[in-house]
Ligand binder design. Structure first.
Ligand code: ADP
Ligand code: MG
Length: 245
C-alpha cells in the first residue's frame, strides 16, 4: 500500500455564476477509510462529491483519485472515473431494464465484459445486497430501499476503488433506511473506501473513521466522529447538530 490517499482534494473551488459554492476544500480519504460529510442543506456537499468524479468541473484546485489527477488536462477522465462508484439520493435505475440488466449494461458497454462474466459479477453483487431473488424484477416492482440497494450493487459491479454516496437514504421511508445502511456498513467492514454525505448521525458515529462538517462551502471542522458529533468545537457545528440530533 502506498502513502498516496485513495482520494485527495486540494484547494477545490467552485462557483455557479456569482454564487461561491466551494471555497477551497482540502480533503483526503485513505484507502479503506470511511469519511462522512455532514452539514446543512446548501453547504456544498453534493457539489463536492460531484467534483470528485468530475460531474462538475472545478474552477480551482485538484482532485486526485487512485494517484490519477482528474483535473490535469492530459489525464484520461473516463478511465479515472471508472475507479469511482456513485450512489445518489434518487436511485436513478433504468426503469425499462430488469434489475439484472441494470447491473450488466455498463459492465458490457463500458468495461467490455461478455454477458456471462457480467451476469456472474452482477449476481454476486445482488447477493451481497440481499436481493438475488429480485434479479428478474423491474425496478418499479421494488421498494425504495430495495431500489437503492440495487443502485449500490450496480455501482459495485463496475469494480470501483472508491464509493461516493450522496444522501443515499434521504429519499426513503424511515422503515427502509436500516437495510440500506446495513449494506453500507458491510461494505465499510470489507474495507471499501467510502466518502458518504449523510444526515444519519448514528451511522456516521458508528461507521465513519472521520467526519467533516461543512458549512458555507468550507470544512468548518473535521476529526473522529466522537469529536465532531460528540464534542464539536465550533458554534456552527453545534447549531447544526442541535437541529438534526
Ligand atoms: P448540499 O448538497 O450541501 O445541499 P449543493 O452542493 O447541492 O449543497 O448546493 C450548494 C449551493 O449551490 C446551493 O445554493 C445550490 O442551490 C447551488 N447549486 C448547486 N448546483 C447548482 C447548479 N448546477 N447551478 C446553480 N447553482 C447550483
Ligand atoms: Mg446535496
Amino acid at each position: 500500500m502506498s502513502d498516496e490517499p485513495a482520494v485527495r482534494v486540494t484547494g477545490l473551488a467552485k462557483c455557479f455564476g456569482d454564487l461561491k459554492v466551494l471555497c477551497g476544500i482540502d480533503l483526503s480519504v485513505a484507502t479503506g477509510e470511511v469519511v462522512c460529510v455532514i452539514g446543512p442543506s446548501g453547504s456544498g456537499k453534493s457539489t463536492l462529491l460531484r467534483c470528485v468524479n468530475l460531474l462538475e468541473e472545478p474552477d480551482e484546485g485538484s482532485v486526485v483519485v487512485g494517484g490519477v489527477d482528474l483535473t490535469h488536462e492530459d489525464s484520461d477522465i473516463d478511465a479515472a472515473r471508472r475507479k469511482i462508484g456513485m450512489v445518489f439520493q434518487s436511485f436513478n435505475l433504468f426503469a425499462h431494464l430488469t434489475v439484472l440488466n441494470n447491473l450488466t449494461v455498463a459492465q458490457r458497454k463500458v468495461l467490455g465484459r461478455d454477458r456471462a462474466e457480467a451476469n456472474r459479477v452482477a449476481l454476486a453483487n445482488l447477493e451481497k445486497v440481499g436481493l438475488l431473488e429480485k434479479a428478474n424484477a423491474m425496478p418499479a416492482q421494488l421498494s425504495g430501499g430495495q431500489q437503492q440497494r440495487v443502485a449500490i450493487a450496480r455501482a459495485l459491479s463496475m469494480g470501483p476503488e472508491v464509493m461516493l454516496f450522496d444522501e443515499p437514504t434521504s429519499a426513503l421511508d424511515p422503515e427502509l433506511v436500516g437495510d440500506v445502511l446495513e449494506v453500507m456498513r458491510d461494505l465499510a467492514d470489507e474495507g471499501m473506501t467510502m466518502l458518504v454525505v449523510t444526515h444519519e448521525m448514528h451511522f456516521a458515529r458508528e461507521v465513519a473513521d472521520r467526519v467533516l462538517f461543512m458549512d458555507g462551502g468550507v470544512v468548518v471542522e473535521e476529526g473522529p466522529a466522537e469529536q465532531v458529533i460528540g464534542a464539536p468545537e465550533h458554534e456552527r457545528t453545534r447549531t447544526f447538530l442541535a437541529r438534526v440530533l
